[in-house]
Write a protein that binds this ligand. Structure first.
Ligand code: GDU
Length: 246
């Protein structure tokens, strides 16, 4: 939120150049990592289908929506087919331990909560405890990276003749406090945490309705519970304390 032009420049301008090059090089299909953040505006109490109105609550979400529109025109005018996959909260690690999260700096809730439990970071700051949700913390729909990868393969197989847009999530929301509880359950350790002010641009509730993806491609998430997702993330964090540097 502090530097809106950063996302608009980085995401939108570079994607516009890339899509234009794809058209010039006669690329036929493209899979785009879009985001639930383009639904950030109004508060919603039910799972969000693809047909829900888009109203980004952050420049990041706005930039992704702009790229979806670039892809719309690339298809309409040049026939470049695309799959816009709107990830809800991508999480977890490869169950075989070959890949996991390594962001620098890390900003995501699950890895930060695990690190706090493992004593690798100070207490987790919980951004906002006064949201209009069941326990006052934000609610998100966590989707395992393996299930996301599976959705990509299925979507790619579908876009020979037309472009598609899918919302991808488990369809179940977990609050930030429930994430802390899950990490405590799975790790057997307490998570030190403290209440902090809301983070600007955070919608209170984002849960996916992935019925279209399920019906059109037969996709079914294999990691349906938060504990299973956290298990894989914890194993990666324990075996790779320095991420890909270890
Ligand atoms: O130290 C932290 C970090 C996060 N949170 C909270 O945890 C929740 C989840 O935050 P993340 O940063 O893990 O994930 P976001 O929901 O903000 O963002 C994710 O989903 C977005 C779509 O909604 C984008 O796709 C983005 O790239 C992706 O990381 C939010 O309520 C956030 O405020 C904390 O309380 N403390």
């Amino acid at each position: 939120m502090r530097d809106p032009f950063h996302y608009l420049r980085q995401n939108y301008l570079t994607a516009l150049n890339l899509v234009q090059s794809c058209v010039e090089q006669q690329v036929k299909k493209i899979v785009f990592s879009s985001t639930a953040a383009l639904f950030g505006g109004p508060e919603r109490s039910t799972p969000i289908p693809e047909t829900a109105p888009t109203q980004p609550g952050s420049p990041y979400g706005e930039s992704k929506l702009m790229i979806e529109r670039v892809l719309y025109w690339a298809d309409a005018v040049y026939g470049l087919r695309s799959a816009c996959l709107r990830y809800f909260n991508a999480a977890g690690a490869d169950p075989l331990g070959r890949a996991g999260e390594d962001h620098r700096p890390e900003t995501h809730l699950i890895p930060l909560t695990i690190d706090a439990a493992l004593g690798r970071r100070p207490a987790l700051k919980l951004f906002g405890t006064d949201y209009p949700t069941r326990d006052g913390s934000c609610i998100r729909d966590y989707i395992h990276v393996t299930d996301l990868a599976d959705a990509h393969i299925r979507a790619l197989g579908q876009i020979d003749n037309r472009s598609v847009t899918y919302n991808i999530g488990n369809g179940q929301g977990y609050s930030n406090l429930e994430v802390i509880e899950s990490v405590e359950r799975v790790s057997g350790r307490k998570v030190p945490w403290e209440a902090a002010p809301r983070r600007e641009g955070d919608p209170s509730l984002l849960v996916a309705d992935s019925t279209t993806l399920r019906n059109k491609t037969g996709w079914e998430p294999k990691f349906e519970t938060l504990d299973r997702i956290v298990e894989t993330a914890l194993r990666w964090r324990e075996t790779h304390p320095d991420g890909y540097g270890s």
